[in-house]
Design a protein around this ligand. Structure first.
Ligand code: PLP
Length: 280
């Protein structure tokens, strides 16, 4: 198949699937999602993503319609139906179905939706152009909810400015990207915003930190500002779908390019882990 949609046990081409109007995802975006890359039908770091998915659902009191191990098995089975070497697996669960009322009754199981499409991580060594956008999101950024309006508007603004990603700042500090985490290298130290309520604790970010530590690169999880971003030796954008990319420009200004060795080392380490973990 060229792609695959799954909704509560039904499967088909994504464009032919439909979701009932009573699904709370439809009118409230009341749900949580996660996403993994998959290569050779092996979903990469799947258990780390399902762990976050289940934790996020627990934080919002969403009742899961499936156990963690069964979801992993289901994903591993479904990916086989889609053509291609590399695929992107998106999955979300909504708080279930009912008439549109803000309050919800307990005891309603969530609705599970999965979408699998061919997608490659691409050339991770190609640098990105970015633009700064004010972070107007709320304080639940650590939860991967379906409510993504500020991120969508920022990503669109970035595209309209010829950029690949928007970098959010809040009160002068860098938080993250519209759909990525942002870290910097300065004087041989990896600096990344702390995992608080203002960023999503990305799986790729966690692996970037592990890789830095394994190579003796000091890691500082702390706030850093727009000035530090623009004067960084390198800026690194991480996400599961793009792995780790350097940055060429921020809002039209040339940045980075002063620590290519460490940038390349970290990128190659993460890429190799992806390749080696998904080799047949
Ligand atoms: N931050 C935001 C807001 C995101 O949407 C994403 C990915 O979608 C990330 C960070 C990166 O997370 P991960 O590395 O787990 O893909």
């Amino acid at each position: 198949m060229k792609n695959l949609g799954y909704y509560n046990g039904k499967t088909g081409l994504i464009e032919e699937m439909s979701v009932p109007m009573t699904d709370r995802a439809f009118y409230f975006g009341d749900g949580v999602y996660d996403a993994v890359m998959c290569r050779n039908n092996i979903p990469y770091l799947l258990s780390e993503h399902t762990e976050r998915f289940f934790n996020n659902c627990a934080l919002l009191g969403i009742e899961m319609p499936i156990e963690k191990e069964k979801l992993e098995t289901l994903i591993k089975t479904l990916v086989k139906a889609v053509d291609g070497e590399e695929k992107f697996v998106y999955f979300h669960v909504s708080r279930g179905s009912g008439q549109r009322t803000h309050v919800f009754d307990g005891g309603t199981k969530g609705n599970l939706c999965i979408m699998i499409t061919p997608q490659s991580v691409g050339d991770i060594y190609e640098k990105m152009n970015t633009c700064l956008v004010k972070d107007i999101r709320y304080k639940l950024c650590n939860i991967k909810t379906l409510n993504l309006l500020p991120s969508i508007m920022a990503a669109q603004l970035s595209k309209e400015n010829g950029c690949d990603e928007a970098i959010f700042y809040r009160n002068g500090f860098i938080t993250e990207g519209s759909h990525s985490n942002v870290s910097i290298l300065k004087n041989g130290v990896l600096i990344t915003a702390p995992a608080d309520c203002f960023i999503l604790p990305g799986v790729a970010r966690a692996h970037l930190i592990l890789s830095a530590k394994a190579h003796g690169i000091k890691v500082e999880e702390r706030r850093y500002g727009v000035g530090e971003l623009c004067s960084a030796d390198e800026i690194i954008i991480t996400s599961s779908s793009k792995i780790a990319r350097g940055v060429a420009t921020v809002s039209g200004r040339e940045v980075g390019g002063r620590d290519p060795e460490n940038l390349h080392l970290l990128q190659t380490d993460l890429l190799n882990d992806y390749i080696n973990s998904t080799n047949l």
